[in-house]
Ligand binder design. Structure first.
Ligand SMILES: Nc1nc2c(c(=O)[nH]1)N[C@H]1C(S)=C(S)[C@@H](COP(=O)(O)O)O[C@H]1N2
Ligand SMILES: [Mo]
Length: 250
């Protein structure tokens, strides 16, 4: 038994290295594993999925009749955050209907800038009814309206060196996706849900929808995008150092 485990471990590590070699040219294009064998497995899954599946295949879209009730989990109102900086900032943004709210887009782009909600709404929009699957084991179907992330990246002139898009939120979540997910037609910055303005519990005024990944990657209260040439784990606020998988592809 011991021998078998050792062999299995060796195979997994070997395959993960092979997968790593395929993706990890310089600069660094895979998340760090911090010597954790399970994380090597994550990288293998990621590498294998990227090799086997056509990157831009669309996830299933549903119809109105399929809409379900939709729980709000995690942060549901930054205005009540224990962190008074977050609470104060969100309260003041909320007070004037998010008119002073801004999304900042920076990093490897030709024209870094901010977008107001009105400016985002002027860009072409997409509406999709999709299934949200949470790593905790529930799923729900909702309708999302917003601007494709691709359109925003086009507007700022993403540089050809770009490989990842990192993003963060008012309640201090941060994460990133690779370009295949970032440019995916169903990856949108959503300001509408079920035909109305995005409600506060679901991330008002703007949330990311990454339909090719588990729900945790679709962060709410989005306020910053950073285009990156290399993988960055996001430090202590990032998903990996918090014990989450970076790749949550479904
Ligand atoms: N900013 C922020 N984004 C977040 C979270 C959060 O707590 N804060 N929770 C994540 C998780 S684990 C899930 S399943 C979904 C939940 O979205 P919902 O509250 O609209 O159902 O948001 C994700 N995005
Ligand atoms: Mo989740």
């Amino acid at each position: 038994m011991k021998k078998l485990l050792t062999r299995r471990t060796a195979i997994v590590a070997g395959l993960a290295t092979a997968g790593g070699l395929l993706l990890a040219r310089t600069p660094r294009l895979l998340p760090p594993t911090y010597g954790n064998l399970l994380r090597l497995g994550d990288n293998l899954t990621y590498a294998a999925q990227r090799m086997l599946l056509p990157g831009q295949s669309l996830v299933k879209e549903y119809s109105y009749a399929d809409l379900t009730s939709f729980p709000a989990i995690g942060t549901t109102n930054p205005a009540t955050s224990e962190n008074s900086l977050i609470a104060d900032e969100y309260q003041s943004l909320q007070q004037d209907g998010f008119r002073n709210w801004q999304l900042s887009v920076e990093g490897s782009v030709a024209r870094p800038r901010t977008f107001s909600l009105a400016e985002l709404k002027q860009l072409p929009s997409r509406t999709q009814i999709t299934r949200h699957t949470c790593e905790e084991g529930w799923s729900a179907i909702g309708q999302w309206t917003g601007v494709p992330l691709r359109s925003v990246l086009d507007a700022v002139g993403m540089l050809s060196s770009a490989r990842f898009v990192a993003y963060s939120s008012l309640d201090d979540w941060t994460d990133s996706i690779d370009l295949l997910d970032a440019l995916h037609p169903q990856t949108i910055l959503a300001y509408g849900m079920n035909g109305r303005d995005l409600p506060v519990p679901h991330g008002a005024p703007l949330r990311l929808r990454v339909e090719t990944q588990l729900g945790a990657k679709s962060i709410k209260y989005l306020n910053r995008l950073v285009v990156l040439d290399e993988f960055d784990d996001g430090g202590l606020r990032g998903s990996i150092q918090n014990g989450w998988a970076w790749d949550m592809g479904i």
